[in-house]
Each structure stands twice: as C-alpha cells, then as structure tokens.
Design a protein around this ligand. Sequence first.
Ligand SMILES: [Zn+2]
Length: 392
Amino acid sequence: MEINTPAVRHGAFAYTWDIVGDPEGAERIAGLGVITVTLQAAYHSVRAITPWHPRHRVVRADHAAAYFRLRPERWRGRLRPYPPDWGVPDEDRFGTALAALAAAGLRAEAWLVLTHSSVLGRRARDLTVTNAYGESYPHALCPAQPAVHDYAITLVGEVCEQYDVPALMLEACGWLGMEHAGQHEKTSGAHLSDCGRALLSICLCPACRRGLAGRGLDVEELARDVRAAVDAELQRGVPAGTSLDDALGPERARALYDHRARVIADLVRAVAEPAGGRELLLMATDDPQVTGPDVGIDLASFDAPVDGYVLKCWGREEEALARVKAAAGRTGVPLVANVTVLEDGHARVPDLAADLIAAGARQLRYYHAGLGSPARLASLRAAARISRENEC
Ligand SMILES: [Zn+2]
C-alpha cells in the first residue's frame, strides 16, 4: 500500500495575531493540512480581518513592527524596529505563536520583511529610495545603504538567536520602487507605463550613486535622462520605452542590474551568517527590472546561498504556470510557489497547485491561513492534499 507522504511541502502564511490570544488558532491552521507556517516576524503596516479570533475582528497594524522579542541593547544605529501595540498584548508574539504552532505539530518559518518600513523611512529620509528628481520614498529603505544593511542583518540575527526556526522567508530583500499599495494611491490616473514606473523606481540615493558610478555610469546624465523620459511620457504621452534596456540603453541598464544584483546578493550572503544553516527562501521575480517585495533578479546568474526562490503565482493562472516553468529551466534552486486563496477563483487552487508542481514547484505556500473565509480555506485544504505522487 502506498504511504501517503507528500513529497511537496505545503505551507500557509499566518500573522501572529491569528494565533496569539486564540487557544484554537494553531489547531485551526493544523486542520488545513499544511505542515509548515510562514509566520510573521517582522512586517509592514496592514489592516487585517481576523474572522476566527475570540477577542478581535479587525487588526490595524499602524506601522511596520517586529513581532519577536526586542532586545534594545542589540540595536545600534538609527534604525530600530518598533513593537506592535495592537492585537492581544504580548511582548513576544512570535515566540508565543511559534510555541502554539509547535504544540499543534506544525513547523514554522520566520517571515521577515526587510526594507519596507514607512515608520523608519520617515525618520531617516536619507536612507530611503530616492528617485531621479531627488524625491525620497519613505516606505522603501535602500538596501545599498550600510545602515539599512546592518538593520536587516540585526533583524535576522535577533530572530535566529532567540528562536529555533528551520527556515527564513525573506520579503523585500532589495529595493521597493515607487509602488506603495499601502497608501491611498494617486499615481495610477496618469497611465504611467511599466517602464515609466521602473524609471521612477531607480534609486539614486548617495549609496546607489556611488555604486553606479563605480560601474562607470555618469550618474548626473542618468538622472537627467530618467527625468526626460518620465516627463515625456507624463506630459506629452510619449512612451518611455518597452523596458529599461530600451529607455536607458542596454549598457546602462546592465550596470543598474549588476549594481542591484550585487547589493541583493551581498545582503543574502550577510543574512546567511546569522541564519547559520537555516533554509533561506527568497521572495523573488525573474526580472532584474522589477522592484518590490519580490526582488527582481536574474535567476540564472544570481549568486548567493538561497535554498528556494519564492515566486508569486497570484493573478492569471497561465502566466503563473509559465513563470514557474521558465524559472525551473533557468535555475536549479528549488522553487516555492506563493499561491493565494483570497481571489475569486480560489476553487481552482487545488488544480493550480497540481499544475504548479508539474511545472517544477517543489513547495507551495498559500496566502493566507488567517484571512480566508470558510470556502477559501476549504480550497486551501484541498490543495494541501496534493502530493507529487498523486499528480498525473
Ligand atoms: Zn539607494
């Protein structure tokens, strides 16, 4: 008789407030059939529904926060994470949730958002992403800044020193660009193209200027050209181009991508030290032009000790499948498909999960154990039953 041990690791994302203060929270997640939980350890601001919690329904996390135990003496420099003051009070929400998940038989990995913190960016504008107009984006700390790098390493180090977690999932382990979904956005009406947005997402802070100049770029000329291309599109409707290669010329685009790849790889390598052998799962997009929570890199050439690339498979199914299939052909690093059950087509998620596995995904993470309705969680539960053995 075949033993039904899934070869594919299924997991679900969860917030600490889905578990802390709810005696049944961890068991409820275990009931989804997943074996691992990607648990919020450091996270940006958010407003979340908590359908099941005995003490709250809507949690408003007003600012980015660290959910693990903060040891003030460990934080040097200007960037220090804030504790949360929402949800059920607990000085160590991550630890409390982790213990509850372990008691429910679940493995948990630490979900760490590294460079996305408006509360820190507003207080340290000189450490944030700065566009070609000299305007800073407070939601985006620039990873080329040594102080940001050190802050990210300390975040990871503090989690690894204090908790026994086998893996870390790194979100925003690079640049966020101009997009900031958390705000009331007023930039979409201008019909700025993807390329225009990519141009406005190029960081020209002092650290990035040094990095780019070191690769032979004339940074003043670059800034001027970026402004000219963006203004031409915004003011005269002249498309900025199909890509940054097109808009900047392939040599300058290459230098920018090399700078980014170097900074992101350095950050991952630096994180690997305190991680001490824990699995590193990097939220990534196989496109060096992209900035955002899934860092844009060239999967075929990215050189850092990563144990898995987490690829977002939200939105159109065929595109997600094509993305995973293409990525599987370009890297030997295992692929983790990040699938949402929060969209209307959630009933398709079990089939999508099987297709993603066939396309090359070795693990799946479902978004989100805490936010889903009963019907959506039923889709998650059905997907988590799919194993490599029972695919056709
Ligand atoms: Zn920068």
